[in-house]
Design a protein around this ligand. Structure first.
Ligand code: GDP
Ligand code: MG
Length: 370
């Protein structure tokens, strides 16, 4: 059932909380400032103060906010989005750096690159792959816990001289839970102790049956250090992507996911957003989690200011009113009024949830003392 805390109710009426508590008392309801009260009681209080009652349901607020279906004929192939995972020191960062250097476009332009949390590589064939540039299981888990599914493929890095280690197993578990297929990069092939077949054998113990053993898991032997077989790894990723038939409608208002967000001196709140579908344009008004804004400028992973960004493209966005969180859903809306309404509604919801939690905490403390 819908509830509101005494404090929040007071805020919305621009009244002092003690006065609201007094009004409640007159009605025979004993409440503390952080206590949630039901909507019917709240309505009586609002009338008592001579305000007009306006109940807004969640459905009203969120109506028309993204999520609408695309027609099959509008769907166009899009690049895969890849996350690199694996045991510490097996070469995730090295591999991400090496893969980034395979980009033919950056190569031509002289290769000024920016760290914005994700980057896109264009291969000589013209095919593109988007890599999330924050390796590690935490980011992956944090995003998933916020309901975001950004990754199409996990590249599991396993050092050929070390084999499957605890965090490798953890990564396999994450990928499986998220139902994301795995491509295995057997790294450090340049090292004397490299034993790729042992890695393949060990993968079997974790229900990853590699192609060489009759399964469907692709493995590629690479060396991030010597930049060996990186194109082969990219081809394996594209093959895996082809099986998934990844498509999106670029001709609609944009939706995406926040990959990274921070407050920067002189720039305000900036966030990297990975577009899921549609095309984002400078000037668009958006909501991201509890925040909203208007796209003031967009910067890509090569440091270029751009006017538009389509599916699977990562862009840094300036123009946020506040700092969103990694994993937040990003949706373009019609106008500022809608953006404010949705963000405001979510902020209130968040405050209420926190208040309920702390009220519960206080109650538990009280009972613990008895
Ligand atoms: P991460 O913890 O998984 O991100 O691993 P790093 O990329 O930081 O690499 C850990 C160490 O392994 C560093 O000293 C790298 O230089 C080294 N390393 C990474 N890839 C290779 C490789 O292909 N060959 C060799 N010999 N060393 C590598
Ligand atoms: Mg690292």
């Amino acid at each position: 059932p819908e509830t509101i805390t005494v404090q929040e109710l007071a805020n919305r009426m621009a009244e002092r909380a003690p006065n609201v508590i007094k009004a409640l008392m007159k009605m025979g309801v004993m409440a503390t400032i952080n206590q949630p009260i039901d909507a019917d009681t709240a309505e009586l209080v609002v009338e008592e103060f001579g305000h007009e009652v306006k109940r807004v349901s969640e459905a009203d607020v969120l109506e028309g906010l993204g999520g609408s279906e695309d027609k099959p004929e509008d769907m166009v192939s899009r690049p895969p989005v890849v996350t690199v995972m694996g045991h510490v020191d097996h070469g995730k960062t090295s591999l991400l750096d090496a893969l980034r250097a395979t980009d033919v476009v950056a190569g031509e332009a002289g290769g000024i690159t920016q760290h914005i949390g994700a980057y896109q590589v264009q291969m000589a064939s013209g095919d593109k792959i988007t890599f999330i540039d924050t390796p590690g299981h935490e980011a992956f888990t944090a995003m998933r816990s916020r309901g975001a599914k950004v990754t199409d493929i996990v590249v599991l890095v396993v050092a050929a001289d070390d084999g499957i280690m605890p965090q490798t197993v953890e990564a396999i578990r994450h990928a499986r839970a998220a139902e994301v297929p795995v491509v295995v990069a057997i790294n450090k092939m340049d090292k004397p102790g490299a034993d790729p077949n042992r890695v393949r054998q060990e993968l079997l113990n974790h229900e990853l049956v590699v192609e060489e053993m009759g399964g469907d898991v692709l493995t590629v032997e690479v060396s991030a250090k010597q930049r060996l077989n990186l194109e082969k790894l990219e081809e394996a990723i594209l093959l895996q992507a082809e099986i998934q038939d990844l498509k999106a409608n670029p001709e609609r208002e944009a939706e995406g996911t926040v990959i990274e967000a921070k407050m920067e001196k002189g720039r305000g709140s900036v966030a990297t957003v990975l577009i899921r579908r549609g095309t984002l344009k400078v000037g668009d008004i958006f909501v991201a989690g509890t925040e909203w804004g208007r796209v003031r400028a967009m910067i890509d992973d090569r440091g270029n200011r751009i006017e538009e960004a389509g599916p699977a493209y990562p862009v840094e966005i300036l123009g946020f009113q506040g700092t969103p969180q990694a994993g937040d859903d990003f949706v373009v809306v019609d106008d500022e009024a809608k953006a404010r309404e949705v963000a405001g509604y979510r902020q209130r919801k968040e405050r209420e949830a926190l208040a309920v939690k702390s009220a519960r905490g206080t109650m538990e403390q009280m009972f613990a003392k008895i």
